[in-house]
Design a protein around this ligand. Structure first.
Ligand SMILES: O=C([O-])CC(=O)C(=O)O
Length: 177
């Protein structure tokens, strides 16, 4: 893409954004043998980050993404979940993904797994995760919101911004678009 072309939230390319903002953080394509894949109906998404850290318990994920459908508290944000890279259970399925859309979230990034991927692939939501597995997580009301998380060379806090497409993910302290 030439530099004269205007990029916006719908048509950006992470490569061009990174070229223009080389100080951005870049997620590694291989994290101890694991990689991020797109499972949502939107391969390209971006937004202000809200962080969650949890392990095999999606209580905080459900709490944040769920909605009664009347408020839009997601407000175009991206929930970024440090699930410890666990491949043993899914932290997001089609029901919670559906409520994320109703609630106005732009996407969900899960350093861990998802399930119900055929339905998820049809949804107007960005979803990046390491893999899929039929087993759901066991809710014990554990996990933290708005704390610093790290994976794949990224160190993220709520209020930062993330940009994802088929090339990968980059993150920055301030909005790039
Ligand atoms: O309920 C869960 O933990 C995950 C799930 O299956 C869904 O969101 O539909």
């Amino acid at each position: 893409m030439s530099e004269a072309t205007t990029m916006d939230k719908e048509n950006f390319v992470t490569c061009d954004l990174l070229d223009a903002h080389p100080e951005s953080q870049v997620c590694l394509p291989n994290i101890e043998g694991k990689s991020f894949y797109s499972f949502g109906g939107k391969d390209r998404f971006c937004g202000e980050i809200v962080t969650v850290k949890c392990f095999e318990d999606n209580s905080r994920v459900k709490e944040l993404l769920n909605s009664d459908g009347t408020d839009k508290n997601g407000d175009g944000k991206v929930l970024v979940v440090d699930g410890g890279g666990s491949m043993r259970c899914a932290l997001l399925g089609d029901m919670i993904a559906e409520s994320a859309i109703v609630n106005g979230w732009a996407g969900v990034v899960i350093y861990g797994c998802v399930r119900d991927v055929d339905d998820m692939a049809q949804m107007e939501l960005g979803v990046m995760a390491l893999g899929c597995i039929p087993r759901k997580s066991n809710r014990r009301d554990e996990g933290q919101t708005d704390i610093e998380i790290s994976f794949g060379d990224l160190t993220l806090n709520s209020g930062m911004f993330i940009y994802a497409d088929n090339n990968g993910m980059i993150a920055s302290d301030s909005a790039l678009l």
